[in-house]
Design a binder for this molecule. Structure first.
Ligand code: 5AD
Ligand code: SF4
Length: 462
């Protein structure tokens, strides 16, 4: 059974937003939402912006001048948490000068008691503290915060809240959440504790959102969730491969991507759907985490090095030319230098198109937090650097092959660093910057790569 927030509750929240708008009395007020972490958090921030817009706030990017500032936080690694404490500290004096400003902190960090206690005692200028399960109550939280500090953290396996409007960052590409939470309990990971158990949206709700996006002119949809291939398992819904197929039948949607999938859940049915469906992009993210079977066991990943490599072989046989990316953790407590060699071996054998590498970060309350380290910090850092170098060589070789090639790119908008240039991605998820007219935004165009480098591809529309 899907535990949905009732329509009446969502309506009550919309009424509160309208009341806040009335109270603000036509004043021109601004709000800034800062997001840390993954695409799921980015999707939640779009909903926070949607609710703030309904309250009459105009979105801005300046946390120092905004009337409302919300930090949507990530708990996956310590450095993301430290960043947030830095942001909060920097706002202390600004709040003294402008006491009417409202500061909120939400997201994964807030589902941890020790963090809430620290904010309560040391960051008294924060007006709103709310967890991942309280997001749909944000209007009520804002309303109460206009009078006094609010703390709303619920310890639950989680709900599914529908019909909260989004303010999206693009008119061309969009993310759609299909499921929330995770049941995998990898031993290093905090996500199952802060995001709750796996719960799926109904396929009717997902398709309605995708159809709405198509009607607004969106061309590419990324289906997101902590483990999308578990979609439907919690509630007897259709499975993820069927869902992909239904989304691909929506007219106007030209490309579909999805993240994230656990290797153990990549089924033959999913591979067959990807191989036969031209709308599904030629890209798959297959998190490795470690190449050592021993470390994978300690991580509770449920596959061995050999099983992972066999899976990649199977995927590549079905889809030659598919771009494969991965996540790798270096310095897991039980990892030895030999184990790390196994990781490098997998990286070389697979030849990834992109590797997201992370140094292991101890997360309070996870099983790995109790394990002793085998390697020193210096050894871990040196292994990390070797991994970055190895991957850079692989990527360099791959990108050099694209020199003078013609690739199909969905034009997403102007380049962030140079607004005379356009930017977009190939079906393999490679970012390309190129010259061309802004009228092309939203179209799939042919781009000739005129300059291929390790970390960037530049071209021109032909
Ligand atoms: N330390 C370092 N990296 C982590 N990840 C998850 N938990 C941790 C941790 N404690 C990484 C994994 C995951 C990605 C989203 O973040 O590689 O796939
Ligand atoms: Fe964390 Fe593992 Fe779940 Fe991914 S699959 S969110 S790494 S517990």
């Amino acid at each position: 059974m899907i535990q949905k927030v009732t329509d009446a509750e969502i309506q009550k929240q919309k009424d509160i937003s309208a009341r806040i708008k009335e109270l603000n009395n036509g004043k021109k007020l601004t709000a800034c939402v800062v997001t840390l972490g993954c695409v799921q958090n980015e999707n939640d921030s779009e909903r926070i912006r949607g609710m703030l817009t309904e309250m009459g706030y105009e979105m801005c990017n300046n946390s120092k001048t905004a009337d409302v500032v919300i930090f949507n936080t990530c708990a996956v690694r310590e450095n993301a948490e430290l960043k947030v404490f830095g942001f909060l500290g920097a706002l202390k004096n600004i709040k003294k000068e402008r006491p009417e400003m409202l500061i909120g902190i939400c997201g994964c960090m807030i589902q941890q008691n020790h963090i809430v206690e620290r904010i309560k005692s040391r960051y008294k200028h924060v007006d709103m503290i709310f967890g991942t399960h309280s997001l749909h109550r944000f209007p009520q939280i804002m309303y109460s915060a206009l009078q006094k500090r609010v703390i709303d953290v619920e310890d639950t396996d989680g709900y599914v809240a529908e019909n909260i409007s989004h303010v999206r960052g693009s008119n061309v590409i969009a993310t759609v959440s299909v499921m929330y939470g995770c049941n995998n309990f990898c031993s290093y990971c905090i996500v199952p504790y802060v995001r709750g158990r796996e719960r799926s949206r109904t396929h009717e709700d997902i398709l309605a959102e995708c159809e709405g996006l198509a009607a607004q002119g969106y061309k590419e949809i990324t289906l997101v969730g902590q483990n999308v291939n578990s979609y439907g398992k919690d509630c007897g819904e259709i499975d993820f491969a069927d869902l992909l197929h239904l989304v691909s039948e929506i007219e106007g949607i030209e490309r579909i991507r999805f993240v994230s999938v656990h290797p153990k859940d990549i089924t033959d049915k999913l591979i067959a759907e990807m191989a036969s469906n031209p709308k599904i992009c030629k890209q798959l993210h297959v998190p490795l985490q470690s190449g050592s079977t021993k470390v994978l066991g300690d991580m509770n990943r449920k596959y061995s090095k050999e099983q992972y490599l066999a899976l990649i072989d199977k995927i590549r046989t079905a889809m030659p030319g598919l771009a494969i990316s991965t996540d790798i953790i270096v310095g897991f407590p039980t990892e030895t230098n030999e184990d790390f060699e196994d990781t490098l071996d997998v990286v070389k054998k697979v030849g990834y198109d992109m590797v997201y590498n992370f140094i292991y970060s101890k997360r309070k309350g996870t099983p790995a937090a109790k394990m002793d380290f085998v390697l020193s910090k210096e050894e871990i850092k040196s292994n990390f650097d070797r991994l970055v170098e190895t991957q850079a060589e692989i990527l360099h070789e791959k990108n050099m092959k694209l020199q003078d090639a013609v690739v199909e790119v969905l034009v997403e908008g102007k380049s962030r660093t140079d607004d005379t240039m356009l930017t977009g991605r190939t079906t393999e998820n490679k970012v390309v910057n190129f010259s061309g007219s802004p009228e092309k935004i939203g179209e799939i165009v042919n781009v000739k790569i005129t300059k291929a480098a390790t970390w960037a591809l530049t071209g021109e529309i032909i």
